[in-house]
Design a binder for this molecule. Structure first.
Ligand code: C2E
Ligand code: MG
Ligand code: MG
Length: 753
């Protein structure tokens, strides 16, 4: 589209050039020259319309509307010119004259004027006044020229009322259009501005051709296929070029005040040049200026003077706005990191009262942003910013440090306890659900606190320590505040080391899977196994997933590790199935992390594994925890798994905040009762009652119940009594290596101890 459009635009310019250089001498018949130029015009104007229309699908709302209206301009012009071409080819000799065709062509320009106004979302104040004065200046200057060359000669020629109307309407419509576009140009985003000049040049060519046509038509000298057509061709060719070459996706809001480019400032004066030249020529040739021209000239002069004053005011406002933009966050209007840092450095240099630096990070903001879109994320951030502002004491300062991070400096803090208390209050104020797109979303934040003097002397150190404390708050379970402690440094180093070791572990194949048998409590047979990840660390030996899963989750490494675990479990259990060691009802349970479910390739990976394996889809059970389904963006992946015939279990049931409500969110197949409930099942009556209720509820909902972490005979006996379907635990079997697991299966009737 881009290149084709540019080529057609250039072709239009080429045809125009041929007309300009060789004129009609190339084509002997004037009639034929007319037909050729008419057809060329229809093609180029049509293409300009198509280009604008296609580009109207993207960009900021103002730009899109402008593009739609410019497309409307081209198509309306095309309509008028098609009728024109038809009249010339088949109509009577009275053509060209004022007719509905001319009305359509002038109306086309009115549509373009509306488009120009859409571009011109100029900011308020002096900037708006200056741009209006620019428009007036250009309008007056052009009217001066048009009056001299078109309107006045048409009146002098004693043409009919219709001719005089032509001599007024065409130049006037073009002048307004050019003025409006010139007015909008300086405020266009920088990437778009140079194509704006191209567009303006096109409009000027069309304007000149319109004026020439209006004059010649009124004086009886117009004929198609002459230089006037070349002007239109050149004009629409430039429009095609400007539409094609301009970057389509300009999402920038136009209304932001930026520094004015000198070129944009001088542009309106350029239009005054012909006025000066014309006036000089009048004076030199001893001709008398019409009263109208003198009036227009004087008006231009006054407008120019006022504009000069307004430009000074505008520049001051822009300078202020630039300073504001450099020190404030554009989304929330709060201070930005640089300003916050400068402020902190300056208050610390003045020794005196203790200040507390709070580093706040919105919990799970990425999920909200990814799940609901960036606009929703922005809305939530603004809402958090407003809450912080509403909650601050006088003289406390807040800043957005970047992304979902906010910084706060609290003054006059007595000690660490008071700082923590104040931080808790801030956290409470922020942790209220936000309504985004009409839906409520939970919001919480983690805050790290560092005190001046105790935890650092400089702005850099304090901010870093508050950030470390924030990470500690996240690790402790989010939605809380933590005071900086020097040991946090060690933790950070540990985490960095762990991350690099995990990467090596993936590359060097250091992960293993152990299989914990799952027993059917009715038949007492091994009915399946849960694949549990282990890390064969070169120095620390065999590590349980709890020591590295969190880091793997946070860094996204879990995606690769999880994929490996799934493939390995499939390969091993698949080989057992091929050798008939297990039956077609044996289930392999694989734990899956939320991050994996959000991977676009996850379902494709599962499908591929299933296709390559002798196992049936129903033999695969994916285990997800409650914390995974808090985030509803994982639900589509879970539904896709179900549609593949794979089963899904809700793991660690009962450990989340509101377990019951999550059961409603998805059509689970299995409910795994957490070991927390099983641990004192035989000691506490209330626990027993709860487990009984869970099993009962699972059955009512058509779910299979499996109990985890059974360590005592009495627990197993209680579960049997309560009618639990499946069981896992050290009492029955610890997680086993592949060899141990095969050996267990080879015992003909795997007995329940
Ligand atoms: P989980 O899915 O609830 O797995 C059960 C955990 O309880 C396992 O710990 C298992 O070894 C342990 N366990 C089993 N029976 C008993 C018992 O009788 N008493 C006690 N005290 N513990 C028992 P493990 O292997 O350390 O795994 C911990 C968690 O790590 C798992 O909890 C699971 O959420 C996660 N995990 C394990 N493998 C993977 C994996 O491949 N991918 C993902 N995303 N998570 C995994
Ligand atoms: Mg599990
Ligand atoms: Mg579990």
């Amino acid at each position: 589209m881009n290149h084709l459009g540019a080529r057609i635009g250039l072709a239009g310019l080429g045809v125009a050039a041929v007309f300009l250089v060789a004129g009609q001498s190339l084509v002997s018949s004037p009639h034929l020259a007319g037909v050729i130029s008419n057809l060329a015009l229809l093609a180029v104007a049509g293409w300009a319309g198509v280009t604008f229309a296609l580009r109207a699908r993207v960009g900021s709302p103002g730009l899109r509307s402008a593009r739609i209206l410019f497309a409307g301009y081209c198509f309306t012009w095309l309509l008028g010119r098609t009728a024109w071409t038809f009249y010339e080819a088949f109509g009577d000799s009275a053509w060209p004259s004022v007719s509905w065709v001319n009305a359509v062509l002038v109306a086309a320009t009115l549509v373009a004027i509306a488009g120009g106004f859409c571009l011109s979302t100029v900011p308020v104040g002096a900037a708006r006044l200056r741009s209006v004065l620019d428009g007036l200046l250009v309008g007056f200057a052009l009217f001066f020229v048009a009056w001299t060359f078109v309107t006045s000669p048409v009146i002098d020629a004693g043409g009919s009322g219709a001719d005089i109307a032509l001599g007024f309407a065409y130049p006037l419509a073009d002048i307004v259009l050019i003025s409006v576009v010139t007015m909008a140009l300086p405020e266009l985003p920088a990437q778009l501005r140079k194509y704006g000049y191209l567009f303006l040049a096109g409009l000027l060519c069309i304007g000149v051709a319109d004026c020439a046509y209006a004059y010649l038509a009124a004086t009886g000298g117009f004929r198609s296929g002459t230089l006037v057509d070349a002007g239109w061709l050149l004009g629409f060719g430039l429009l095609v070029l400007s539409a094609t070459l301009a970057p389509p996706r300009i999402e920038e809001r136009f209304s932001r005040l930026t520094a004015l480019s000198p070129r944009a400032l001088l542009l309106p004066y350029l239009f005054l040049a012909p006025v000066v030249v014309l006036s000089a020529w009048y004076v030199v040739s001893g001709r008398v200026l019409d009263t109208e021209m003198v009036l227009i000239g004087m008006a231009s002069f006054v407008v120019m003077l006022v504009r000069q004053i307004v430009t000074v005011l505008d520049s001051e406002a822009r300078a202020e706005s630039l300073v504001f933009q450099a020190t404030h966050d554009s989304l929330t209007g709060l201070w930005n990191r640089a300003k916050f840092y400068d402020y902190l450095a300056s208050v610390l240099s003045r020794r005196g009262e203790t200040r507390a630096v709070l580093f706040m990070d919105v919990d799970d903001f990425k999920d909200l942003n990814d799940g609901l879109g960036h606009a929703a994320g922005d809305e939530a951030l603004c809402c958090v910013a407003r809450r912080l502002e509403g909650h601050m004491r006088k003289d406390d300062v807040i800043a957005r440090l970047g992304g979902d991070e906010f910084g706060i400096v609290l003054r006059s803090v007595r000690d660490a306890d008071e700082a923590l208390r104040l931080a808790e209050r801030v956290n409470k104020a922020v942790s209220v659900p936000v309504v985004v797109h009409g839906e409520q979303h939970e919001v919480s934040a983690s805050i790290g606190v560092a005190l001046s003097g105790t935890h650092g002397e400089t702005a850099g150190v304090l901010l870093r320590n508050a950030e470390l404390a924030m990470y500690a708050a996240k690790r402790e379970g989010k939605s809380r505040c933590a005071l900086y402690d020097p040991s946090m440094h060690v933790n950070v180093l540990d985490r960095v080391r762990l991350l690099s070791e995990l990467r090596t572990a993936i590359e060097q194949d250091q992960f293993r899977l152990h299989y914990q048998p799952k027993y059917d409590l009715r038949s007492d047979a091994v009915s399946g196994a849960e694949a549990l990840l282990r890390w064969q660390h070169p120095e620390k030996g065999l590590l349980s997933p709890t020591s590295f899963l969190e880091t793997a989750e946070q860094t996204g490494l879990i995606v690769d590790i999880g994929r490996w675990a799934m493939q390995s479990a499939f390969l091993f259990i698949g080989s057992l199935r091929s050798e008939d060691v297990i039956s077609t009802t044996f289930e392999i349970c694989v734990n899956v992390a939320p991050r994996q479910l959000k991977e676009p390739d996850f379902i494709a990976d599962v499908t591929r594994c299933l296709a390559l394996s002798p196992l049936q889809p129903h033999q695969l059970v994916f285990e997800v925890t409650e914390s995974a389904i808090i985030d509803s963006t994982v639900l589509p992946a879970l539904w896709s798994l179900k549609s593949l015939g794979v089963r899904v279990a809700l793991d660690d049931f009962g450990t989340g905040f509101s377990s019951l409500s999550y059961l409603d969110r998805f059509d689970f197949d299995v409910l795994k009762i957490d070991q927390l409930f099983i641990a004192d099942l035989d000691r506490s009556q209330s626990r027993r009652a709860m487990v009984a209720a869970i099993i009962e509820m699972a059955h009512t909902m058509g779910l299979i119940s499996v109990a985890e972490g059974i360590e005592q005979e009495s627990q197993l006996a209680a579960l049997r009594e309560l009618g639990c379907d499946g069981a896992q635990g050290y009492l029955l079997s610890k997680p086993l290596t592949e060899a141990q697991f095969v050996s267990l299966l080879s015992q003909t009737t795997p007995a329940v101890v």
